[in-house]
Design a protein around this ligand. Structure first.
Ligand code: ARG
Length: 460
């Protein structure tokens, strides 16, 4: 019983099965660095307000650093009787310092401690994901120069729709990831709040200085309501939601590239280093990395679901349920972090199969909309122009030719005043050249966007 931090009131020993059931050290040991950092800041504040002497504070700091290196060198004994990372660190401190070590938990509870550790951890995790996203954006922007002149078929419903410039395609993903980064930045403001000092739930009668701790730990503000702060895991949920949306974006991209790398599409050649083979079929080169980026998204979505269900219906303030927030959080982070690490080199090393793409741009009537807009510019109502071009496409399909192969007399059925200049709007090159609206695939629009992205990427 003397082993437990709550020994006093208990007269019976904890059942070993209960220890196994309630422990979190198997996963929260990952927070040791944050726990030690927050404990040092707490001790320094206690010294500042006179609850520790300067000598006691120094001893605590040194012992905590010593514990840190012991953990880092793999020499630290973890045992489930000590339940979680907080008790392990504190116990090791007491073993080293005796009564001085027994003072560290002054004006502090594991409830505000775990919240603080987790906020420090999420803050770092969030910054790391942001750096990875920026790296992916860099890779995408680099592709814009490399593929500046390439025209791709654009799709809706996975059916050929209108031609787009390759940089337009690359920047589409840049935009998505920029929103992801904005979500992370927004989430960070709510993560970056000091909860330490709210103690168990009600605050403390001891004269602590929370602003001082906030400054030491780089928190931007101090949580104003101890009941709220000790129960709040919104920041975990928000971060995992941001991770989920990132995973969803990468999953869609992976799906697209899996299709593009098939023999049926042959738009893309994946680097062999990012593919694996079959143990049975000798000819196979499979896009397993992309499939797992898509597949592992399920775990992240599952983690979000777990957290939503976990947090539903918890009364104020701390409840032990909250301990279950860590496995889904860590797993969602690890999964997205690993996927993002692979995404940037994959984007850099994949090759667009330009001949195969170019050769088939003539199929699918990608220029039909351009023709319709040409008729609209000549004063024909949109509905009428749409129908006329539909009929021309039908005619071309029946003959197995492109729109540009139809004789002028066919076009003149749509608009008797049309002359041979109609052929100048046909074909994917002309269709792209005709684009001009802001946000479109028009050449100058895309050049402007590429410039804008290059500046942005270099700024941050
Ligand atoms: N391991 C616990 C957690 O992760 C720490 C807080 C425990 N607090 C308590 N009152 N039992 O939530």
């Amino acid at each position: 019983m003397a082993d437990k931090a709550w020994g006093g009131v208990f007269t019976e020993k904890t059942d070993p099965a209960v220890e196994r059931f309630t422990e979190s050290i198997s996963f929260d040991r990952r927070l040791y660095g944050q726990d030690i950092r927050a404990s040092i800041a707490h001790a320094q504040m206690l010294a500042k307000v006179g609850l520790l002497s300067p000598e006691e504070c120094l001893k605590i700091e040194q012992a905590l650093e010593d514990i840190r290196s012991e953990i880092e060198q793999g020499r630290f004994p973890f045992r489930i009787e000590l339940e979680d990372v907080h008790m392990h660190v504190e116990r090791a401190l007491i073993e080293r310092l005796g009564d001085v070590g027994r003072k560290l938990h002054t004006a502090r509870s594991r409830n505000d401690q775990v919240s603080t550790d987790l906020r420090l951890w999420v803050r770092d995790a969030l910054d790391r994901i942001d750096r990875r996203l920026r790296e992916v954006q860099r890779a995408l922007v680099e592709r814009c120069d490399r593929d500046a002149e390439v025209i791709l078929p654009g799709y809706t419903h996975t059916q050929r729709a209108q031609p787009v410039l390759a940089p337009h395609y690359w920047l589409a993903y840049c935009e998505k990831f920029e929103r992801d980064r904005a979500r992370l930045a927004d989430c960070r403001r709510r993560v970056n709040v000091l909860t330490l000092g709210t103690a168990a739930l009600a605050g403390t009668s001891l004269p602590i200085d929370r602003d001082d701790v906030a400054r030491r730990l780089g928190f931007e503000s101090v949580a104003a309501n101890s009941l709220d702060a000790s129960s709040d895991r919104d920041f975990v949920l928000e971060f995992v939601f941001a991770l989920t949306l990132i995973a969803e974006h990468f999953s869609g991209w992976a799906e697209e590239w899996i299709l593009w790398s098939t023999a049926e599409f042959s738009f893309l050649k994946l680097p062999q280093g990012f593919c694996t083979g079959s143990s049975l079929m000798p000819q196979k080169v499979n896009p397993d990395v992309l499939e797992l980026i898509r597949g592992k998204t399920a775990r992240v979505v599952g983690g979000l679901q777990t957290l939503l269900v976990l947090l539903k219906g918890l009364p104020l303030a701390y409840n032990r349920d909250l301990q279950e927030d860590k496995p889904p959080l860590f797993d969602a982070f690890d999964t997205v972090d690993a996927a993002l690490e692979l995404a940037a080199p994959l984007i850099r090393q994949a090759e667009l199969n330009r001949p195969a793409i170019a050769e088939r741009l003539d199929r699918g009537y990608l220029d039909a909309t351009a023709l319709m807009e040409h008729l609209i510019q000549r004063g024909i109502p949109q509905r009428t122009a749409h129908e006329s071009v539909g009929k021309l496409v039908r005619k071309a399909m029946d003959r197995g030719v492109r729109l540009a192969d139809l004789p002028l007399t066919d076009f003149q059925e749509a608009d008797p005043a049309l002359d041979r200049s109609v052929y100048e709007v046909l074909g994917v090159e002309n269709a792209v050249a005709a684009m001009q609206s802001f946000g479109s695939t028009g050449r100058q629009r895309i050049r402007d966007q590429v410039e804008r992205w290059k500046k942005r990427i270099n700024d941050k």
